[in-house]
Design a protein around this ligand. Structure first.
Ligand SMILES: Cc1cc2nc3c(=O)[nH]c(=O)nc-3n(C[C@H](O)[C@H](O)[C@H](O)COP(=O)(O)O)c2cc1C
Length: 378
């Protein structure tokens, strides 16, 4: 491509918009950038300075019907940063600002789009937000979003805007425009996972009850975990799996939620199940509020340093998963000596058993984790 590809950079009213002039200056050699901003977004940077930097007027409102276009047509779009407000309106197809109108058109035109949503933690917990992220991803938009890195008053210092990932995604899009890489991964792209050997069943193709159930999980996490797409191959078995899963993992007495995930990660490591290690490693980081534990357990559950109770839980689970032929009263006695009740011992055993099934199904289907799991809770 002789000319530089045109990037419409759409800003909305979140603090990282203050850094856009620096980012634009840096990208100027690779893209012909046109900045469009919401009214709130324009409060965070000097619009005149931005126009000088880009060589194009910064647009905020719709043009008069007869006025000519002042910007060249876009090859790609970046909605960065994207506020809670703009993300939800975009996902709902609302076009009450020029910024949203262009972003909605970009979806319909099938142009490559990257966005970095930037709500704070309480806003991100609003159920509409998870659904919006899911919807944008289903539209084929590349959504860079890690709930562990957004602003959270209860975790000062956690917020890190992913400028590096944004630059990398723009480079990928640019290579795509030059024919070096696929530009769009197609509808329902999910960050480069491989398909199941037996095909993936999408949410809309599941029976009603499962669509609702898996849809709720997807709305909470912002994506459909691949295990449900793979097990959707046999809806009756997916239903049974979810029932057993919920009975065990949502149980409120006995093991804590973090301890339950500890059993899953330790036994999945012993069973060499990449999907379950990565997916439940992410959940363990979040439940245990510990960014290190899951990786250490996954690397070597036998040797990882744990307190007495956690060690007893992991030892019991490992004995059952790896040497069931020798499993016996000695293992149960060791768990009781460490203070585990019989109810907790059953929890450990049942979780080990259920996830052994899950581990083997992941092997059977060659299931790979969704890319979104890796950065979660770090
Ligand atoms: C100083 C300041 C910082 C803000 N930071 C954020 C933010 O990080 N994320 C967010 O979603 N909204 C943030 N807001 C609120 C939005 O600007 C507000 O919801 C606005 O209505 C968004 O409109 P827009 O989506 O059209 O830009 C901030 C507002 C102010 C005044």
């Amino acid at each position: 491509m002789e000319r530089q590809p045109v990037l419409y950079l759409v800003a909305s009213g979140a603090s990282p918009a203050r850094e856009l002039p620096g980012v634009v200056a840096e990208l100027a050699g690779q893209w012909d950038i046109c900045v469009i901003t919401t009214r709130e977004g324009s409060r965070f940077f000097d619009v005149g300075e931005m126009a000088e930097l880009t060589g194009h007027p910064v647009r905020t409102s719709f043009k008069d019907p007869d006025a000519p276009d002042v910007l060249p047509p876009a090859d790609a779009f970046a909605a960065v940063p994207a506020t809670f407000n703009t993300v939800n309106k975009w996902a709902a197809g609302i076009s009450d600002t020029l910024a949203l109108g262009l972003l909605n058109e970009a979806v319909g035109l099938g142009r490559p789009i990257v966005t970095v949503p930037w709500p704070n933690a309480p806003l991100a917990r609003h159920p509409a937000f998870g659904r919006s992220i899911l919807m944008l991803r289903e539209c084929g938009i590349s959504v860079i979003y890690d709930p562990g890195s957004i602003p959270d008053d209860s975790k000062p210092g956690q917020a890190t805007f992913p400028w590096e990932m944004f630059r990398a995604e723009l480079a990928r899009i640019r290579a795509g425009l030059q024919g070096e890489l696929p530009v769009r991964r197609g509808l329902r792209q999910d960050g480069g996972m491989s398909e199941s050997r037996f095909g993936m069943t999408e949410l809309e193709d599941l029976p009603d009850d499962l669509r609702e159930r898996v849809g709720e999980i997807a709305a909470r996490s912002g994506f459909v975990p691949n295990i449900f797409r793979a097990l959707g191959h046999r809806p009756a078995e997916l239903r049974a799996f979810l029932d057993y899963h919920d009975a065990l993992m949502d149980k409120t007495d006995g093991l804590s939620k973090a301890e339950r995930e500890l059993v899953v990660v330790a036994t999945s490591a012993a069973n060499f199940c990449t999907y379950c290690i990565v997916a439940h490693g992410a959940i363990l980081r979040i439940r245990a509020k510990d960014p290190i534990l899951a990786d250490q357990v996954a690397a070597n559950p036998w040797q990882v340093e744990l307190d007495g109770r956690r060690r007893a839980i992991v030892d019991l689970a490992l004995a059952l998963v790896r040497t069931p032929e020798y499993f016996g009263d000695t293992d149960i006695a060791a768990a009781r000596d460490a203070g585990l009740t019989d109810d907790e011992i059953w929890d450990v055993g049942a979780i080990t058993a259920l996830f052994a099934a899950s581990n083997r199904l992941a092997h059977l289907t060659a299931l790979q984790p969704n890319a979104e799991f890796y950065p979660m809770g770090r």
